[in-house]
Design a protein. Structure first.
Length: 243
């Protein structure tokens, strides 16, 4: 699956909806046992949640948007397919979450590409299920430091802390992702799927049990004037950086 929503593959409500529909189609296709997620946009895997969806919108919109973000994560984290992220560009926040949610991550070894849960830099807080997913990949201490600092890690650093499983030259990314997929698909599906469920169930169940509460928390957090101000300033900073 190639993300193609220029300029930066931000996760808008439309993007998330289409992502879930595409994933469901693959999930229901008995001939499909694995999916490689990558980007068709040069230098960017995904810029994370579309900030404009979280700025100046109605309570109903925030609820719909957040439910779509949850749905994307629930489907991908619980997927029966083998999921490999071929991270061929920068991948902050929600983009990093997509990669973390896969079974295996391979990143192009370009030191200019960065990845991480940088929410704290925007003045917002990564939700508990972003944190749980991160902890499951890198461990508690690394996650705690990285989350508090809102760190964006260069590709080599991301590899060093275990945020990505391997680095390869950009031109070899597709071949390597295919080889990894073959290796994972060599195992009997039922054993691999049950093992995955065993490892992920507690974290998945936690969001399922607190889904409505999490939506209400998101709405009240994001609607705060101080948070709206931080997001507006961040967007302005992105635009200024350009000029
Ligand atoms: N949402 C909306 N618009 C964006 C986003 C985004 N996430 N990222 C970039 N854009 C826009 C820019 O404003 C710019 O718009 P315009 O052309 O109108 O000026 C356009 O996309 C291109 O951006 P850049 O010029 O910055 O492109 P570069 O190639 O130079 O850089 C980057 C690409 C590295 C992706 C850079 O744009 C960047 O760092 N973006 C911000 C990424 C980020 O911090 N995302 C975090 C989103 S928050 C999230 O995912 C989790 C939130 C959890 C919420 C929990 C609350 C309780």
């Amino acid at each position: 699956m190639k993300f193609k929503s220029p300029p930066v593959n931000s996760l808008s409500l439309d993007f998330l909806t289409e992502f879930c529909i595409s994933l469901e189609k693959l999930e229901n296709d008995r001939a499909c046992r694995g999916v490689i997620l990558t980007s068709a946009v040069p230098k960017i895997f995904s810029s994370g949640l579309d900030i404009t969806e979280m700025c100046g919108k109605s309570t109903e919109h925030y609820a719909e948007f957040w439910r779509a973000v949850q749905e994307m994560w629930l489907r991908l984290y619980s997927s029966n397919m083998v999921t490999v992220a071929a991270v061929n560009g920068s991948s902050p926040a929600g983009g990093c979450l997509i990669a973390l949610t896969c079974d295996y991550r391979i990143m192009a070894e370009n030191p200019k590409f960065s990845i991480g849960l940088n929410e704290a830099q925007l003045g917002i807080v990564a939700p508990f299920w972003f944190k749980d997913t991160f902890v499951n990949v890198v461990g508690h201490r690394v996650a705690e430091r990285s989350l508090q600092l809102g760190s964006l890690h260069s590709a080599p650093e991301a590899h060093r802390i275990g945020l990505v499983d391997e680095l390869v030259p950009e031109e070899k990314l597709k071949d390597r992702a295919t080889a990894v997929m073959q290796q994972w698909l060599a195992l009997p599906d039922h054993a691999r799927q049950l093992t995955k469920t065993m490892m992920r169930k507690a974290v998945l169940d936690r969001l399922v049990a607190h889904r409505e509460e999490d939506i209400q928390y998101f709405i009240s957090f994001i609607s705060k004037e101080s948070i709206q101000k931080s997001l507006r300033m961040y967007m302005e900073m992105l635009k200024k950086k350009k000029s």
